[in-house]
Design a binder for this molecule. Structure first.
Ligand code: NAD
Length: 366
């Protein structure tokens, strides 16, 4: 087992990475419980695959398992399912000293972390991420929340989990499209702050996406280490942590205009968004065309989306996409703070991006 720590003084926690622990999860989690009851929330697709294993493992450990099945997909990160989850905790008799587990992708992790924070003013929770995206990003760092009619992730809080338990073997059942979506967030770490990691990914990316478990484990661990370091330095995103949003201002706007639907997965928005960040940076003179070309060629090599024209649904006018960007959480006094790049591995925040340049780059990508 690989293990690392997110170092946040009294809120520090371990990220354990191993393979095939679902069958012994009951025994694994027993040490965190004050009584022999546990509350696990997941989604329908995941439970279809893992419910029997979960039930067996908790029965064997003598733990009463309370299991809530939610629908899958981004629309589950809503007030409706937040209410449903919190009411279910209360209705089934949860107490403040109990433990909640988010067993699923980023949608389940974000929603359940927020529901745990607000139930009885805070019940501890553990993240067991089952998508690559959640294993390398959303389960780490304590950002939790739901979407609002005004935009994505606009309602939520910082709520660090008690632990993150990553079982790499759960990725065997994840479809290729979702695996690639998660890879975008891995790539993001190399692009924003670690050219050596980018070079390693450029060499190994195709094998990682062919599910080589040893390489996947290395990529997950490195991603978690990078994220843990950013979170340690800036837990509540007052400064440096914002760099982790490379590509996200573009990506979130694209997710919004495609209705948070299957037309564009979160990670697909991120890979296109990272490309756009390099293209806008090049057009603004912040970075070189060579760096931009290298990123594009990597995205093509591993089969990730890099252009707006690769989104299957028709997009609204560019102006509307820019309007969506203005709803971003990084807007200050009506000005968007963009994450731009000087080079591969060197991102920075600036409010000096000309929106007409952004508009031209978006037009060229359609
Ligand atoms: P997701 O949770 O919707 O999962 C994707 C799909 O994979 C779902 O259909 C799910 O049912 C299925 N699935 C999950 N695990 C599976 C498995 N092991 N085998 C087969 N199918 C499986 O999406 P996601 O990409 O994991 O997460 C996206 C969400 O994460 C977005 O809402 C995004 O905003 C959020 N996010 C949050 C943070 C953060 O810091 N909190 C960071 C990045 C992304």
């Amino acid at each position: 087992m690989e293990s690392l720590t997110v170092d946040l003084s009294s809120r520090s926690y371990k990220i354990n990475i191993s393979s095939g622990i679902i069958l012994s999860l009951g025994a694994e989690l027993k040490t965190y419980l004050k009584r022999d009851r546990i509350w696990i929330v997941s989604d329908v697709n995941i439970l279809h695959l893992y419910q029997t294993d979960l039930e067996k493992s908790f029965l064997k450990a003598g733990i009463e398992l309370n299991l809530l099945e939610l629908p899958s997909g981004e629309k589950t990160k809503s007030f409706h399912f937040f209410e449903k989850t919190v009411n279910w905790f209360l209705e089934t008799g949860i107490e403040r000293n109990d433990l909640i587990v988010a067993f699923g992708g980023g949608v389940i992790g974000d929603l359940v972390g927020f529901a745990a924070a607000t139930t009885l003013r805070g019940v501890e929770f553990i993240q067991i991420p089952t998508t690559l995206l959640a294993q390398v990003d959303s389960s780490v760092g304590g950002k939790t929340g739901i979407n609002s009619q005004f935009g994505k992730n606009l309602i939520g809080n910082f709520n660090q989990p008690k632990a993150v338990i990553i079982d790499v073997s759960t990725l065997r059942t994840l479809c290729d499209r979702q695996l690639k979506s998660g890879y975008s967030e891995i790539l993001k770490y190399g692009l924003l702050g670690d050219i050596k990691f980018f070079n390693w990914l450029d060499f190994n990316g195709t094998d990682i996406l062919s599910r080589d478990e040893a390489l996947l484990t290395k990529a997950i661990k490195k991603s978690c280490l990078i994220k843990a370091e950013f979170v340690k330095q800036d837990e509540r995103e007052q400064g440096k942590r914002a760099l982790l949003n490379l590509g996200h201002t573009f990506g979130h706007a694209l997710e919004a205009v495609t209705g948070y639907s299957e037309q564009l997965l979160h990670g697909e928005g991120v890979s296109i968004g990272c490309m756009l960040a390099f293209e806008v940076s090049a057009a603004m003179g912040f970075t070189s065309l060579e760096a931009t070309k290298r990123v594009k060629s990597h995205l093509r090599k591993v089969g990730l989306k890099s252009e707006l024209r690769e989104i299957s649904s028709s997009l609204p006018p560019t102006e509307k996409i820019i309007q969506e960007m203005l709803k971003d959480k990084k807007v200050n006094n009506g000005v968007v703070n963009f994450i731009m790049v000087k080079d591969i591995g060197e991102a920075f925040v600036t409010d000096e991006v000309d929106l007409s340049v952004v508009s031209n780059v978006l037009d060229a990508s359609r």
